[in-house]
Design a protein around this ligand. Structure first.
Ligand SMILES: [Zn+2]
Length: 181
């Protein structure tokens, strides 16, 4: 097995644990995107998306970075953002802060000195950039090869479809999507 395959397997193991953390979270803490900012030999900061009191969405990647800063301090060049859904890029007035893509590329006025090019995802959001676009911007982005993880992450994404979005309770939706984890 190549070192690339071993690393991918390890990142998938963390992604699986991230989904378990989401399933086991209190219902009031559940979001539909889960992320973990992992820094080798330092630690793992798990977080989920949430809706703030002003009705804006705080994305899982931003919450994971904030959590990492609180627990372990700054990420390093070896840190990996592991997330159930590929990082957003489009403008979104409902989102707190710049896009997760811009945040990870060092274009966040709140975190101008943080760049996290290593990203591992469970599902590529069909409404956001393609894998080729992420790579062209300098991301080292990988996608899970684990069928069960990919399926669960796609089921979580389905919350954003018009028939589900803000129509079904998030905890019920998440628990059903992650029923096998
Ligand atoms: Zn985002």
């Amino acid at each position: 097995m190549s070192s690339f395959d071993m690393e991918l397997g390890y990142h998938d193991a963390i992604l699986r644990k991230t989904l378990v953390q989401l399933r086991e979270a209190e219902d009031s803490k559940k979001g539909v995107v889960a992320a973990c900012l992992f820094t080798p030999y330092v630690g793992k900061a798990y977080a989920f998306s949430d809706i703030r009191e002003d009705d804006r969405n705080n994305h899982a990647e931003r919450n994971a970075l904030d959590h990492h800063l609180a627990l372990f301090g700054q990420p390093t060049s070896h840190s990996v953002m592991i997330t159930s859904l590929s990082p957003c890029k489009k403008d979104d007035p409902k989102r707190y802060g710049v896009s997760c893509t811009d945040m990870l590329l060092g274009n966040d006025p709140m975190h101008p000195d943080i760049v996290i090019p290593n990203v591992h995802v469970g599902y590529i959001d069909p409404w956001q950039p393609t894998l080729e676009e992420y790579l062209s911007w300098g991301f080292k982005l990988t996608v899970t090869r684990d069928h069960d993880i990919a399926e669960a992450c796609r089921r979580l994404f389905d919350y954003f479809l018009p028939e589900n979005y803000r129509k079904v309770p998030i905890p019920d939706f998440v628990n059903e999507a992650l029923r096998d984890f």
